[in-house]
Design a protein around this ligand. Sequence first.
Ligand code: NAD
Length: 475
Amino acid sequence: MYTELGLFIGGKWSNGAGRKAEAVVNPANEKTLAELPHASKADLDEALEAAKKGFEVWRKTDSWARGRVMAKAADIIRERAEHIAKILTQEQGKPFAEAKIEVGAAADVIQWMAEEGKRAYGRVIPSRLPGTRTFTTQEPVGIVAAFTPWNFPAITPARKIAGALGAGCSLILKASEEVPGTAVELAKAFADAGLPEGVLNLVFGVPAEVSEHLLSKPEIRKISFTGSIPVGKHLAKLAAGGMKRATMELGGHSPVIVFDDVDPEKTADFAAAGKFRNAGQVCISPTRFFVQENSYKKFAERFTEKAKSLKLGDGLDKDTKMGPLANARRLDAMANIVADCQSRGAKVRTGGSRHGNQGYFFEPTVVTDIQDDSKLMTQEPFGPVAPIIPFKTFDEVVARANSLEFGLAAYAFTTSTKTANAISDALQSGMVGVNTFTISMAETPFGGIKESGYGHEGSVEGLEAYTNKKFVAQA
Ligand code: NAD
């Protein structure tokens, strides 16, 4: 029911010289799904050679032809959505319905970039030099190394593959070793759609060894990473060593500001659904709930009721509303965050502990009466723990919302247009959702500011991230 794992190099599947290096575990029952082969340095060098050849072919393939292959891959992914989503749920844990939506979103971004690749426009600049034309063009940046994490096994690799391929680049993707099956399925879809050999290569290994090896190669001209801030900073330094272009999609700790003019209970229903999606393991997850004082009590009570009512279980069970955490590390991280709150006198209204003793389940947890300097308020929780905090004034909440080094996503709920405008202007964040948590779509730019990273994925910006601008003066 799972899938056969392998490395995909130069259009061929291999098992990395037969070394099965790592067990892939189902977080719902801790059973091994498969053994994952790791790439050796020789395999990585082979992937680089393949990507060089792939780049020569793909950059010369016209954008319409490239778009046709990519659109076909998107169609294949949609046809196989159930199959891929089952693999995704088994390896990552999220409910099947969420997995299926994610697979659909992966197909969407591939289709978007299939189209957008045709529109990598340059611009004609009125020339002040007689008899001279001045203009810019966009060219593919070259061979890309991409690194993706374990929380969104389909959409995160798809964004990187789609941007690179849409722009005419070739790619070596090191997907997460904890959720490799979904990435294998994406690679299969591209191969079946007729993608030329070497344009997309998929490897697995020890993350630090793979990134160090690939980023030391001058042929790699761009890196795209999604993951934690410390690893992003490390990879940014490696990229700087070779003056490589970089896109960094790092962590967040998104404030949610609920003003007194909205219905606190309806907003709490909505907020709890947003918070516990993928068990909170989402970089744009709503995580710091600031609620204006008159609504605070009702909001906190309703949010707590919602958290209590969530059915935990294997993501493949129909009535499961929240799956396990993706790995055992997150259980320890959650326990640590909750213990820190409690030691500072916070009130755990529900949850706070591991659920059961098989599978990495952690109870949906709501914390109130919390200090601003506690771990839950200052470090990205990346799990199902929600702090709810009262506030009085606009200026006070803006200062608290902007007080951290994160700047990925922020949300606000209000019925006043004046407040909506003021809050979206005031929040220091790459993305702002006003009265919505839907801020990630194929056609809209996704990216952070401050320590949450730089660059964008998706949309026009997500294509430009994989192109160089060339200026030409032609006398
Ligand atoms: P981690 O910092 O060890 O790893 C984060 C990701 O980076 C993983 O996918 C890992 O395989 C990869 N990685 C680690 N070292 C690397 C290296 N030297 N080169 C290339 N890739 C490398 O943490 P973790 O325990 O896997 O996850 C915990 C934290 O990571 C979370 O608390 C969260 O802050 C962050 N995270 C963020 C995202 C996101 O979408 N931005 C996704 C997953 C994890």
